[in-house]
Each structure stands twice: as C-alpha cells, then as structure tokens.
Design a protein around this ligand. Sequence first.
Ligand code: NAD
Ligand code: ZN
Length: 340
Amino acid sequence: MEKIILKGNSTSSTIIIDERIENTVKYLPNKKIFIITDKNVEKIYRNSFPKAPVYSITPGEKSKQLSYVENIYRWLLENNADRNSFILGIGGGVVCDIAGFVASTYMRGIEFGFVSTSLLSQVDASVGGKNGVDLDGYKNIVGTFNQPSFVICDTNLLQTLPNDELVNGFAEMIKHTLISDEHLFDLMEKECDDLLQLKQPTISKHVSYSIKVKEKIVASDEREKGIRKLLNFGHTWGHAVETLTGIPHGKAVSIGIEFACRLSMHKGLLLNRDYLRIINLLKTFELPVCTNQSPTKIFDILVKDKKRNENRIDFILLKGIGKPAIVSMTLDEIRDFIKQ
Ligand code: NAD
Ligand code: ZN
C-alpha cells in the first residue's frame, strides 16, 4: 500500500494505492456517510461498500447532468444530510465527477472522498480536484475545483472492468509518460504484457507512477493557468475526433496523440524513430492511431469547439519522449499541415 499526498492551495488530499475497497471504512470520518455509485459498480461490489445509504446512478456520461444532480440533492435532503455529512463516491470518472460536484455544492460544500474503480478514474479523474457536469453538449462546463479528503485506488477492482474501459485508462497512462519521463515510457514498453493482464504488482506500480505525474503537474498549477495545459496532450485533436465520431475518449486521445506526434515530427521536434515507438506502444495497448474521418472535418470541429476569436491554437507537442512543449500555431499553418 502506498500513500500519495496531494497538496492543493487550500486543502490537501491523500491518494491511497492498493488499499482494498473493504477497508474504506478505516478512512471515513465520524460523520453521517452517503454513498453515490453507479448501477454496474453497485451490482458487483455492493457487499464491499461501507454501511450507509446508497444512491445509484445510471452508468455513463448521460448521467452527468444538472437534472440528475438535483435528484441527488433531494435524496440527501430526504435523508437529512447536513453540513456535517460526508459523501463517498464509489465508481469511475462519471461517479467521481458527480459525487465531487454534489459534495462541493450541497449546503455550500460538505466533505467527500472517492473509491476509484476504473483505470481512467484512478490515474486521471480522481486526481486534481476538478469535478462537474455537462450542459447542452459542453463537457464539464459546470463544476468546481475541490479536493476530496481521500481517494482509494484498489487496482484489484480493475479485474471486472470491461476491456474497452481499461483501454481508455491506458491511453491516459501513455500520455502521462510522454509528457513527463522517457524512463516511464521505456518501462511501459517493457512491462506491457503484465500491464495488459493486470498482473500485480506491475499494474499498481504503474498506476502509482501515473498518478504521481498528474499530481506533480496539478500541484504546480491547480487552477490550470499554465503547466497543467500539458495534460491536454493529444486532447486538442482527440476531443474533435471524439465529437465527430463518438468513439470512446481514450481511443480518441490515442488518435490525438498520433496527430500531435506527427505534427511534432513535421516541426522538426520529434525524431521519426521516437514517433514509431509511440505508435507501437499505442497499438500494443489496442488503441487506434488513425480514423477514416477527413482531417478537414476534424479540424473544422476543433476550431468551432474552441470558440476562438483569435487566429491561433496552442498545441502540446513533443521535443522527444518525455519532453513536452506548448507551441502556438496559426490556423493556416495547421490547415497546410493536414492537407499534406
Ligand atoms: P465511467 O465512470 O462511465 O466508467 C466506465 C464504465 O465502467 C461504466 O459503465 C462503469 O459502470 C464501469 N465500471 C467502473 N468501474 C468498474 C469496475 N471496477 N468493474 C466493472 N465496471 C466498472 O467512465 P470513466 O472512464 O471511469 O470516466 C470518464 C469520466 O471521467 C468522463 O465523464 C470524464 O469527463 C471524466 N474525467 C474527469 C476528469 C477530472 O479531472 N475530473 C479527468 C478525466 C476524466
Ligand atoms: Zn482525457
């Protein structure tokens, strides 16, 4: 078991790796506990939940809506939740985002914690103190920055995660290595078989490395003013691919990573040898590196999405594996590149 302390501006949060879900009760404060989960997670793990009232949402992104959140506020009111209550989110990124948002706004904010059950939520969604819901097609447009008191990452829970969901998490893990440390990338290459089979202790070790990469970046820029932008590597193009095709986030990010790497090579920043290594690793983790959609269509969505009034886009590129750089490019420059 390993503990990582995440220090925020005002609060701090402890991430506990490899604690079992059954031991969650050890971390709960002496308060009235309310659990928010989703129906899939509840079905498999209900017997391991601490004893407390449970609100179970319909799984998936569609539940990240204010109307859903209203129902949760009502449920809290009906069950006499007060300022001294504690919300425990048990689930993937959707549950964590909703639980964090509900806890941050109910009665102007009550304490909360997570048991993170998907790979994506362990390495990404539950680290960094962002929460929120979607509105009119805009993802995470309403939300707060607020740290949970603790996050429990029980990597044994990943055994029941559907493969497609696992792959989403691996995409973010690969992203973390690319923006931070070539050695971590080497290690993912070397240990890919064990990772794909979720072998212990390899999977826990890599989840821990990945969390540390995000934690370090977030700690130096909690409110996303500068360096936190590096976490958007692969996401500028990836989000547009996701919007256009509706493919899962991780797969879209993988296509976005390929695009950013190709652009880096075009700018003379990244060696072809490194580009090929990156593509290989993405493929090893069953991630796509291209789409049959036209790049022009993707680009149009990207430009619309950003609602920019200026003529430039900041791309996160690579000067090498583990060496990210924020590069401002004109729309014309990108247009010329995709026409090649
Ligand atoms: P998710 O929460 O929908 O979980 C994916 C699926 O896996 C769901 O069907 C869920 O029921 C199921 N599941 C979860 N854990 C399971 C387990 N152990 N066994 C079996 N099934 C399990 O999606 P996600 O990929 O975990 O998270 C995506 C969400 O996270 C998005 O809404 C995204 O916006 C958000 N996110 C937030 C941040 C942040 O910083 N707040 C960062 C990245 C992503
Ligand atoms: Zn992402």
